[in-house]
Design a protein around this ligand. Structure first.
Ligand SMILES: [Zn+2]
Length: 475
């Protein structure tokens, strides 16, 4: 009976307009962080929108300055019922990408929450103000239903620089490691696989951007006078790329291929369809690793992509052998790939294939994470979410895209559960960003259910978090 009370309190908050009013005020803060400057709105958002409701729920709040100059502040909020109880940590970001004010549909604006049918428009509605507001509402509902006592501790970390590549996040988590000690991590960001059903994802793929470049000589030479006796950098770099990945997108460098897809991951992905949305491209069935389904290729495998190619002047070709050529490439990868050694691996591969003169430069890296799909927390969360929503959920072992989840999974050693409340067509990072009202209402109930279930004696597998933590301290 009382579990229902938790969900009912969350739905009542939505139905009475409380959630809309809270989100409306939050959207009005111009918390752009990708403009290169930390504006006063970033800290104001924490002080005026996050701290008061958290204090009302019994949290002790602390604003932590960013150790990286120009980076936005952090909020660490802790609600400790008893230090001997386990702790769940959550995370959200209050900063947004630039408003792109001039490009919204007639009658819409980034800083004014506007409801049109089921869509609630405004910058941050999907990414991430709407999502952490849902989690805050869900927590408040569970606390109300529990009569003010959850049976576990809660820590909130709110970042104000996620859209600027999270400057200082790693450093702050390292500095504040004791305050951030926890047993489980649950947060919300990104889209569901489909608006129709809840999604649970457990980590993300990582990415390494790298460039292959051949600088043959300081200038180009006439192809009639010199073609046939001068190395052509365009030809050589094309072949260097072709030695890494074949014409059907299959990775040819053994060390950059992921470990085999496990049966548990296959099972999780068996019911997940890729694409099919109104704006989605047609999936190319013959592209990528043979023998894998599209979901397996996207979520559970690695890919080498050519992001940009350059030689000569493609806009206006001339009859000359270009002086140099470059291919900007990217490896998207899953856990178990030795991505830290990418430069060394690619270097050795190129040397072995006769491309010793092609330079390799790594320009950007981000780790991959994935909680084991057989971790007891995964089954626990699935049961809770399916009970609250009355629907089967999509379990994604990891997002195909990237998130700074390694800070939580690797640095803090937490089992990470992500419960997104947005959907693929939400126009995240673009004009007309929006949240779907029915998903917000369902999301509030899902979170109220999770926060309720964490406090059910004997139901939540808290020991699994402790195990993950000690395993990561050992490694
Ligand atoms: Zn974003």
């Amino acid at each position: 009976m009382p579990r229902k009370d938790s969900l009912a309190a969350a739905a009542a908050y939505f139905d009475a307009g409380g959630f809309f009013a809270d989100l409306q005020r939050r959207v009005a803060f111009r918390t752009e962080s990708d403009t290169g400057a930390a504006t006063p709105a970033l800290e104001a958002y924490l002080r005026e929108e996050m701290i008061p409701p958290l204090v009302a729920l019994g949290f002790a709040c602390e604003v932590v300055a960013n150790p990286v100059p120009g980076g936005g502040p952090f909020l660490i909020a802790r609600r400790v019922e008893d230090p001997s109880l386990p702790t769940v940590m959550t995370y959200g970001h209050g900063d947004v990408v630039s408003g792109q004010d001039a490009h919204w549909e007639e009658g819409l604006a980034p800083w004014a929450l506007t409801a049109r049918g089921e869509r609630w428009y405004g910058r941050g509605t999907a990414d991430n103000k709407g999502q952490h507001s849902i989690n805050l509402g869900g927590l408040a509902a569970a606390l109300e239903a529990r009569g003010g006592r959850l049976g576990y501790n809660v820590t909130w970390l709110v970042e104000m620089g996620e859209e600027a590549a999270s400057p200082g996040l790693h450093a702050v988590c390292e500095q504040q490691r004791d305050k951030l000690r926890a047993d489980l991590f649950i947060a919300s960001d990104g889209p569901r696989v489909s608006a129709a059903r809840p999604t649970l994802f457990l980590g993300s793929r990582g990415a390494v951007n790298f460039s292959l470049r051949l600088r043959a000589r300081p200038r180009g030479y006439h192809s009639g006078n010199w073609g046939g006796v001068l190395v052509n950098p365009g030809t050589v770099v094309s072949h260097a790329v072709a030695s890494l990945v074949d014409a059907r997108g299959r990775i040819l460098v053994e060390a950059l291929r992921p470990p085999p897809v496990t049966q548990a991951v296959r099972n999780a992905l068996a019911s997940i369809a890729i694409g099919g949305g109104a704006d989605d491209p047609e999936v190319d069935e013959s592209w990528g690793e043979p023998g894998l389904s599209p979901a397996e290729r996207l979520v559970a495998w690695n890919t080498i992509e050519v992001l940009a190619l350059g030689a000569g002047s493609p806009q206006r070709p001339v009859n000359a052998i270009p002086s140099e050529a470059v291919a900007h490439c990217q490896l998207r990868f899953v856990v178990g790939t030795p991505w830290q050694d990418l430069r060394k691996i690619v270097r050795a591969h190129l040397d072995a294939h006769g491309f010793g003169q092609v330079e390799v430069e790594v320009t950007l890296t981000g780790a991959a994470t994935r909680l084991d799909v057989e971790n007891p927390w995964v089954g626990w969360a699935r049961r809770s979410i399916e009970e609250s929503s009355g629907q089967r959920l999509d379990l994604l072992p990891n997002l195909a895209g990237s998130l700074p989840n390694d800070v939580f999974a690797d640095l803090l050693g937490l089992p990470t559960l992500w419960v997104p409340h947005s959907y693929p067509a939400c126009a995240q990072h673009a004009p007309n960003e929006h949240l779907l009202a029915p998903l917000a209402r369902e999301g509030l109930q899902i979170m109220a259910g999770l926060y309720w279930d964490l406090g059910e004696p004997g139901l939540a597998p808290w020991a699994a978090g402790r195990l993950a933590q000690s395993a990561s301290t050992l490694s």
